[in-house]
Design a protein around this ligand. Structure first.
Ligand code: G1P
Length: 285
């Protein structure tokens, strides 16, 4: 058994138009790295180096980003820019597989494209536009829970009432401080109808049983094959757990969160910190 990583990156990024017209939202920079690289590094840090990206037509540049760039590497070597050279070389050492979702039929359909790659192993699916910062790598935590209980697990976060309409919402029973047993999920409920404030944040640990459930799932919200609906079918066969994400989540497809992520990450970089603080103090708001 070997945990695999699956990153669906097929969505449009409409909240960020026009920048996302010819540029995937997963390439939006947070300081000097695109969001997708933060996600890939989170997998590598958790010990998962077998990664599949489920891409789409406008996402070619993602493959280029993780490819070797011989001309650039030669140039940096000639100019003696060893630091940057090392950063560039590191990116292309990661071995990533790619497959395309040809029709945009929803997150469930995207995940189904991972069936052959996963090949019977458990896997973590992690949306490609979200950065998670926490004391412990949340992917490691999911794997620890899976190793103990051998059940699928979904990460969730509590959201404001007015925001439930943007997420898959979990109804569940508490097992202990950390874990909940899911009873039912609803994809993007109206705020008057939502039974909780526990929102799916796009990070899931599954085993291969999910694929048969996706195959049985009929189009749901937005006429798409919803992963949330497939998990409801999985619940008829086995327990599925939910685990609260305790940390900071940056949904980079949201312009406000993208901007705040850039400010917060800049404050962590020595070469930017003082200038940013000075800039903020001088804003005179
Ligand atoms: C998807 C899922 C939803 C989840 C969300 C988290 O929705 O369908 O259940 O809460 O990701 O980002 P999307 O944001 O693709 O509409």
């Amino acid at each position: 058994m070997k945990f695999k990583g699956v990153i669906p990156v097929a969505g449009f990024g409409t909240r960020f138009l026009p920048i996302t017209k010819a540029q995937p939202k997963e390439m939006l920079p947070v300081i000097d790295k695109p969001v997708i690289q933060y996600v890939v590094e989170e997998f590598i840090d958790a010990g998962i180096d077998d990664i599949l990206m489920i891409t789409g037509r406008e996402k070619r540049v993602l493959e280029d980003h993780f490819d070797k760039s011989i001309g650039l590497e030669m140039l940096l070597k000639e100019k003696g820019k060893e630091d940057v050279l090392r950063k560039i070389e590191e990116i292309s050492k990661i071995n990533i597989f790619y497959t395309r979702q040809k029709d945009r039929k929803g997150l469930g359909d995207a995940i189904l494209h991972a069936e052959n790659f996963v090949d019977g192993n458990p896997f973590i699916a992690h949306v490609g536009d979200t950065i998670l910062i926490a004391a412990q790598n949340p992917l490691k935590e999911l794997m620890e829970i899976y190793n103990k209980h051998k059940k699928p697990i979904i990460l969730f976060e509590r959201v404001k009432k007015e925001d439930v309409e943007k997420y898959g919402i979990i109804e569940c029973k508490k097992i202990n401080e950390k874990l909940y047993k899911i009873e039912h999920l609803v994809e993007k409920p109206k705020k008057e109808e939502a039974k909780s404030d526990m929102a799916i944040i796009g990070v899931y640990l599954f085993d291969s049983k999910i694929f048969d459930c996706i195959k049985k799932t009929k189009p749901g919200a937005g006429n798409e094959i919803q992963l949330t609906d497939a998990i409801n079918l999985l619940l008829e066969e086995e327990d599925v757990y939910a685990c609260e994400f305790k940390g900071k989540r940056y949904d980079i497809g949201n312009p406000y969160l993208w901007l705040t992520a850039n400010i917060e990450f800049a404050l962590k970089r020595d070469y930017l910190r003082d200038d940013i603080i000075k800039f903020i103090k001088n804003l005179n708001l």
